[in-house]
Design a protein around this ligand. Structure first.
Ligand code: G16
Ligand code: MG
Length: 222
């Protein structure tokens, strides 16, 4: 029986994935690099610096930039992002998520947030969800970001819950890969193309129904 649900933040709890995209697109414009949605798909769930590396690699500018310059571009991206997330309000919680959280609590599941974002607690506060999760993974303490499983195993280890009793919910390819390699049941939210490796997929958050997820977990004999 599943015991712990680990949620991604950006793109699952709220649509900050779009804000990350807008910020990277702006940085791209200043660097003369086109950040389109296809490239952005590969930035989802990936740390700030690794995202910058992928943007630069798309234009083979990676080698020309010093570490110091890279730090500056990364903090510039974060400044743009922080301006965008300052407008977040409780009604920006994605459809179905509040209901799902309520039902999970009623049925005594443990809830964790497994975000790669160092802005995660700020966003949670803005959404009014500061008390919704029993545990929030601190992205600054994670040594290996998604697709490495550490973000998800860190949450399970906090509760001492075996990985096979955990369900991870993600909107990114890197995140699904992380959940799968942790040996957890993966739920993908979004387009089939990027998420085909997930154990169970829904098109958007309003389709995340607890009974259906638990049934899929059982059918997979997890
Ligand atoms: C998120 C986003 C990524 C972002 C990363 C780091 O992860 O999906 O696009 O690069 O966090 O965010 P920050 O720059 O705020 O530290 P997640 O895991 O919540 O999807
Ligand atoms: Mg995400």
């Amino acid at each position: 029986k599943p015991q712990l649900f680990i949620f991604d933040l950006d793109g699952v709890i709220t649509d900050t994935a779009e804000f990350h995209y807008l910020a990277w697109r702006k940085i791209g414009e200043e660097l003369g690099i086109v950040v389109d949605r296809a490239l952005n798909e590969r930035l989802k769930g990936v740390s700030r610096m690794e995202s910058l590396n992928r943007v630069l690699a798309a234009a083979s500018q990676a080698k020309e930039m010093t570490e110091h310059e890279k730090e500056q571009w990364a903090s510039k991206k974060n400044a743009i992002y922080q301006q965008l997330i300052d407008t977040i309000k409780p009604s920006d919680v994605l459809p179905g998520i509040s209901e799902l959280i309520r039902e999970l609590k009623e049925r005594q599941f443990k809830l964790a947030l497994g975000s790669a974002s160092r802005n995660a607690t700020f966003v949670l506060d803005k959404l009014g969800l500061q008390d919704a999760f029993d545990y929030v993974v601190d992205a600054s303490k994670i040594r290996f970001g998604k697709p490495h499983p550490e973000t998800f195993t860190n949450a399970a280890d906090y509760f001492s819950i075996p990985y096979h009793a955990c369900i991870g919910v993600e909107d990114s390819e890197a995140g699904i890969e992380a959940i799968n390699s942790a040996g957890m049941f993966s739920v993908g939210v979004g387009c089939l193309d990027a998420l085909h490796q997930a154990n169970y997929i829904v098109s958007d958050t309003s389709q995340l129904k607890l009974d259906r997820i638990v049934e899929a977990y059982r059918l997979a004999a997890w």
